[in-house]
Each structure stands twice: as structure tokens, then as C-alpha cells.
Design a protein around this ligand. Sequence first.
Ligand SMILES: *Cc1c(COP(=O)(O)O)cnc(C)c1O
Length: 244
Amino acid sequence: MDTTIPHNLKIIQNRIHDACLAHNRDPNTVKLLLATKTVPATKVLETLKLGETLIGENKVQEIKEKYEVLKTCPHTNHFIGHLQTNKVNEILKYNVSCIQSLDRLSLAEKLQQRLTYEDRYIDVFIQVNTSHEESKFGLHPDAVIDFVQQVSAMDRLRIKGLMTIGLFSAEADKIRPCFKLLKSLQAELRSLDIKGTSFDELSMGMSGDLEIAISEGATIVRVGTAIFGERQYPDSHYWPETKK
Ligand SMILES: *Cc1c(COP(=O)(O)O)cnc(C)c1O
């Protein structure tokens, strides 16, 4: 049997645990989300069977392809990729409980409309571009409060937190400000106490920078490569260089 996944998973669990202890945080306050893009359903299933419960996909097509295999093992599914408005009806067919990548009004409106029609609700996180890189999706930090005000009026969307992808850099002092910015937005939004919103969740930190994210207050870290190995496609396949 291939022991790579159990081995890698253990290392990640230990890293999360150690980072929590190092920063006076209760390890139970940080959830591990398995970033499963390009990972075959059988491998994801293997990881769920090791006790993991939260997965995140970047493409609706992959959720669809893995659905039959994964539904045999209880888990929670979040969406962490760029969601095209024309994929809203499709994604709602699967058991996705949270869209972590809400980043524009047209998407919020389409979700609200379809969820009203289906008489359902969904959790959302607001994705913020904290690194000021053109290639990343997410709202400009200055636009977040207005956006939250508008989305808070959409009763089908339950705003639960914020999500960001930190700067890709080996230098902690360049990554940390991204996470600090998300944390300060959380504090600002909490103080505004906008009806129908809560900002308990901060989804930030990946394979390379989860310790920094935990030290800055992450409640969900999203880990792919460090558990499943290098991906076959470059990330630009998921995060296109130019925004449409
Ligand atoms: C792929 C991906 C991750 C995981 O990145 P790794 O570096 O492989 O751990 C986290 N968040 C998002 C949005 C992703 O697309």
C-alpha cells in the first residue's frame, strides 16, 4: 500500500498542531481543508478514510467527476476556485455547503436568485485579493465593506468569513502582511456588526505558509501539494493570468 498520503497528512497535522501551540492557539480552532484539485477521487477518498472531513475543489467539473466516489464517505465540501456565473446552477446540484470564493456582485446575485428558486441557503466567504497581484481573483481590500453591505441584503447567502491567497513568496515578511490585512478586515467588519453576517472564519494559508497564517489567526488552512504531491497542471490553469 502507498503510505505517502498517511505520512504527508501526519506531517501537516503536526505542523498545524505545532503552529497553534507556538502561537497560543487551541488546535481545535484551526481546520484543515484538503485542496483536492487534480487529485483523483480514489486518493481523496483514502484521505477522508484517514479521518479528514473537509475538502475544497476549484472546478465544478472536478466536483462532478468525483461526486459518486466521494459520497460514500461523509465529508463537507467547500468551493475555493473561481466560480463562473454560468456554473451556479450546476454547482448547486452537488453537496457544496460553502463558496469560499465570492468575489463579485454578479455572482452573488446569480446565487441569490437560484437559491431563492430552490428555497435553499448557502454559506459564503468573501475572497479578498490581499497580495495586489493581477493574477489572483478576489476583491480589492478597499471594496470589501461596500460589497459585504450589498451581499448582506441577499438573504440566501450567509456570510461567514473571509478568504485569501497570500503572496507566493519564500519570504515570510512579504506573505505576512497579506494575512494581517485579512485579519484587520475581519476586525473592521465585526465592529460594523452588519445584520445577517458573521466573520468567524478566516481561510488563509496553504502548504508553504500555513504557520504564518495560523500565527495571524487562520481558522481554515487549505493544503494540497504537501499532502498529495505536485500537481500536473500549473496553478495558472486555475488562476488565469487575466481576469475576464
Ligand atoms: C491549490 C490551492 C490551495 C492549496 O495550495 P498548495 O500550495 O498546493 O497547498 C489553496 N487554496 C486555493 C484557492 C488553491 O487553489
